[in-house]
Ligand binder design. Structure first.
Ligand code: ADP
Ligand code: MG
Ligand code: ZN
Length: 644
C-alpha cells in the first residue's frame, strides 16, 4: 500500500509532483487537444487521461491504473497517433485486439494486428510495411496490436523487424495493456507475460506504458521488476516510472445481489424475468462459472423467453472464428445477451452493456464491462448459499483462494453495507489499492480512509423494514451440535445436507465414511447410513431453507463452521465441519444458551414477504426467533411446525 498511496499523495500535495503532467501547459499541449478532437472526435479528457498522455508524449515509462471503462486505450493510442513512427501494443486477448483495431481503423488510423490467426502472407506484408515505414508506397503503420505469447516472444521475425524499425528510429512506444497479467501475485497471471522483460532489454530507450484496472501494492513491485521499469518517481525527476491512478468507483454502476432460486429452472426464470422487466432488448453479459453452465444458461434462457432474449455463448472452448462471429453479432445487436465465462470481455469495448448477472467468483472484475458509455447499468449477482460449496471446490488449490472466496461470500451475504464501501474494504483487505482509491480524486489526499456510500446500490436503496436481524444463538448452538455429532460418528455432510438435517428433513440421515472412501452427496459409497436424533441434540431449527443456508454461510464466515476438502478420483468434494471455535459454544448447556448466558450471534435475513394467509405469522416472526420464514418451496413441509 505504501508505494501506491505515497506516490498518489505526493502527486496531490506538491506542485512539482506527479500532477504536473495533469495540465495543458506543455509545448505539445495544443497538438494533444487537437488530436483528441480531430482524430478521436472527443471533447474532453477523462480522469487522469491527460496526465498519462502528456507523460507518454514526454517519453516517460508509465504505470497507469484506471477503472475498466475509464478510457485506458486512449492514453496510449493518442500519443501513438500524434507522434511519428510505430507503437507496439501487447494485449492478452483476441477479443480486445479486434475491438481496438476495428475502432482505430474506423477513425482512419493505420493499424494492424498480429495474432495467432494472422496468416503468413499477412505477416510478411506487415513486416515489409514496418521496415519501410513512411518511405514505402503505403501509409506508415502507426499501431501494431499483438497478443502476447503467440506472437512477441515466439516470433523471431517480429523481434528482428522491430529491431530494424528501431535502428532507423521508427519505434516510438510500447504498451502493455492489462499489465497485471505480468504478476504471479495478481489475479490473472499469464506465464508468458514474464517474457515482456525483453522489451526493455532489447529497446532500452523506448518508453513502456503499462496499463491495467487491477493492481495491488503486492503486484506493483512485481510488475516493475518484470517490465524492468525504474522505481516509481516524481514527475519532476527525469528518470524512473511515473505512476497514475484514477478512482476505481464508477457511479453509473448499480450493484445488487438477488437471491437465486434453488432449482435450476426457477433460477433461469428469475434471470429471464429480471432481464425482461429491467432491460428488454438491451445488451448484457451473463457470466457463468463453467463452460457447461454457459451453454445451459444460453439455451434455457432462449427457450424460456420464447426466443425474445437472443443469447450467444462465449468461452475458451469456442472456436476462434465463431468467437469473432459472436462478437460481431453482439455488436450489431443480433445477439443481446452473451452467456460467457471470464474468457469473454477482458477489455472489450461495447458501450451499452446494461445488465450483468453471474454466479459468484470474479464478480468485481467482470462488472467493469457494464456501462462503459457512462449510462446507468446494473451489475447483478444471482446468489444463493449453496453456490459456496461449488465455488469452494473450484478454488481448491488456488493461492489465497479460500480467503478471496470468503470476501466474496461476505459481500453476497451482506444486506446492509453499501456495495461501494464493501468494495473499498475488499480491495484494501486483499492488499489492492487503498480504500480511499474508491472515492473522488480530492478524497485521495485525505488520510481518513473513510468511504462515502454510493446511494444507488441495493443496500443503499433497501427499505430497512425489508430485512430483519435476528438473534440466532440458539439456532447456531443446535446446528453446531448436529455438525459435531456427524463428525463424531465419522460422517460427512455438505452444506445442503446439513441444512436439511438441522431442519429435520431428509429422514435425519447422513453418510458415514466406512473404509476410507468418500460419500458423494447423499449417496453413500461406503459404510452405513447413520441417523441424527435431533431431539437428543436439542431439537430442529425452524428457519426456512434459504435462511438456513444463509445462516450456515454466516457461521462459516464467523469461523464456527469450516470447509473440509476431500478429493475423489473425479472431483474435490467440499464438506462442512465444526471448527475448534464451535466447541466453546457446544460445551454450554441448552438452558444456558436459551437463557442468553453465552456469546450472542446475530444474522440478518430478508424479512418474510407479507402474504395474505401468512400476514399474521410474518409479523409474529419479528419477536419470535424460531418462526418459519414463509418461503414458498418450504411452506408445505414446514407449515405450522414452529418450535420455540
Ligand atoms: P478501458 O481500457 O480503461 O477499460 P477503454 O479504453 O476501452 O476503457 O474506453 C472505454 C470507453 O470510453 C470507450 O468507448 C472509449 O471510446 C470511451 N472514452 C475513452 N476516453 C473518452 C473520453 N475522454 N471522452 C469520452 N469517451 C471516452
Ligand atoms: Mg482496456
Ligand atoms: Zn451503496
Amino acid at each position: 500500500t505504501n508505494t501506491i498511496s505515497s506516490s498518489v499523495a505526493a502527486g496531490n500535495s506538491s506542485n512539482s509532483g506527479l500532477m504536473d503532467y495533469q495540465s495543458s501547459k506543455f509545448e505539445f499541449s495544443t497538438q494533444v487537444s487537437q488530436t483528441l478532437k480531430r482524430v478521436f472526435h472527443l471533447d474532453n479528457f477523462r480522469l487522469c487521461q491527460e496526465g498519462v498522455i502528456n507523460a507518454a508524449v514526454d517519453k516517460r515509462d508509465i504505470v497507469c491504473v484506471m477503472p475498466t471503462g475509464g478510457g485506458k486505450s486512449l492514453t496510449y493510442q493518442l500519443p501513438a497517433v500524434m507522434g511519428r513512427g510505430l507503437t507496439i501494443v501487447i494485449s492478452p486477448l483476441l477479443a480486445l485486439i479486434w475491438d481496438q483495431v476495428r475502432a482505430l481503423k474506423e477513425i482512419g488510423v493505420e493499424c494492424v494486428m498480429m495474432t495467432g490467426a494472422t496468416s503468413t502472407s499477412e505477416q510478411n506484408e506487415i513486416y515489409e510495411r514496418m521496415k519501410a515505414g513512411s518511405s514505402g508506397g503505403r501509409k506508415e503503420i502507426r499501431v501494431c496490436e499483438c497478443t502476447f505469447p503467440e506472437k512477441v516472444s515466439k516470433s523471431k521475425r517480429l523481434i528482428s523487424t522491430l529491431e530494424k524499425v528501431n535502428e532507423r528510429g521508427g519505434l516510438t512506444n510500447s504498451t502493455s495493456d492489462e499489465a497485471h497479467c505480468c504478476s504471479q501475485l495478481g489475479h490473472d497471471f499469464r506465464p508468458d507475460y514474464k517474457k515482456l522483460s525483453m522489451l526493455k532489454t532489447l529497446f532500452p530507450r523506448i518508453p513502456i506504458q503499462a496499463v491495467t484496472a487491477t493492481l495491488s501494492s503486492k503486484t506493483l513491485p512485481d510488475l516493475l521488476k518484470i517490465l524492468r521499469l525504474g522505481p516509481i518517481t516524481d514527475a519532476a525527476k527525469s528518470t524512473g516510472t511515473v505512476f497514475f491512478s484514477a478512482p476505481l468507483f464508477r457511479p453509473n454502476l448499480h450493484y445488487k445481489v438477488l437471491s437465486k432460486p434453488s432449482n435450476a429452472k426457477s433460477a433461469i426464470a428469475a434471470m429471464g424475468e429480471w432481464i425482461q422487466k429491467n432491460h428488454p432488448g438491451q445488451s448484457g453479459i451473463i457470466y457463468c462459472l463453467s463452460k457447461k453452465d454457459v451453454e445451459t444458461v444460453a439455451e434455457e434462457l432462449r427457450e424460456w423467453s420464447g426466443g425474445e432474449i437472443k443469447t450467444g455463448i462465449y468461452h475458451a472452448g469456442v472456436e476462434e472464428n465463431e468467437k469473432e462471429r459472436i462478437h460481431v453479432r453482439w455488436r450489431e445487436g443480433k445477439v443481446n445477451c452473451i452467456c460467457a465465462t471470464i474468457a469473454f470481455g477482458l477489455g472489450i469495448d461495447k458501450g451499452d452493456v446494461r445488465y450483468m448477472s453471474k454466479s459468484l467468483e470474479g464478480y468485481y472484475q467482470e462488472t467493469g464491462r457494464a456501462g462503459r458509455d457512462g449510462q446507468d447499468s446494473d451489475c447483478v449477482l444471482f446468489y444463493r448459499g449453496q453456490d459456496a460449496a461449488r465455488l469452494s471446490s473450484l478454488i481448491y488449490g488456488d493461492v489465497d483462494g479460500s480467503s478471496k472466496l470468503q470476501e466474496m461470500l461476505r459481500f453476497a451475504q451482506d444486506l446492509k453495507t453499501c456495495r461501494k464501501v464493501a468494495f473499498a474494504k475488499y480491495f484494501s483487505a486483499s492488499a489492492h489499492l487503498s480504500a480511499s482509491a474508491w472515492d473522488a480524486p480530492d478524497a485521495l489526499s485525505s488520510s481518513s480512509g473513510s468511504t462515502s456510500t454510493c446511494g444507488i446500490c441495493d443496500n443503499c436503496l433497501r427499505d430497512p423494514s425489508s430485512i430483519i436481524t435476528k438473534d440466532v444463538t440458539v439456532e447456531t448452538w443446535k446446528i453446531l451440535k448436529v455438525a459435531q455429532y456427524v463428525q463424531n460418528e465419522g460422517g460427512r455432510v455438505t452444506l445442503a445436507n446439513l441444512s436439511d438435517l438441522v431442519r429435520g428433513l431428509g429422514g435425519g440421515l447422513f453418510g458415514v465414511v466406512g473404509g476410507g472412501e468418500g460419500t458423494k452427496g447423499k449417496r453413500k459409497l461406503n459404510g452405513e447410513k447413520e441417523k441424527v436424533d435431533l431431539e437428543a441434540l436439542g431439537g430442529k431449527i425452524t428457519l426456512g431453507r434459504d435462511d438456513t443456508e444463509a445462516l450456515l454461510i454466516h457461521l462459516v464466515l464467523l469461523g464456527y463452521l469450516a470447509d473440509s476438502y476431500h478429493a475423489t478420483a473425479y472431483s474435490v468434494n467440499v464438506y462442512i465441519v465444526p471448527s475448534d471455535m464451535a466447541v466453546r459454544l457446544t460445551r454450554l448447556r441448552s438452558e444456558d444458551v436459551q437463557a442468553g448466558r453465552s456469546v450472542k450471534i446475530e444474522c440478518t435475513f430478508p424479512a418474510p414477504e407479507p402474504k395474505k394467509s401468512k400476514a399474521k405469522k410474518a409479523k409474529k416472526s419479528d419477536e419470535d426467533d424460531g418462526e418459519e420464514d414463509g418461503q414458498e418451496d418450504e411452506e408445505e413441509k414446514e407449515e405450522g411446525k414452529g418450535k420455540a
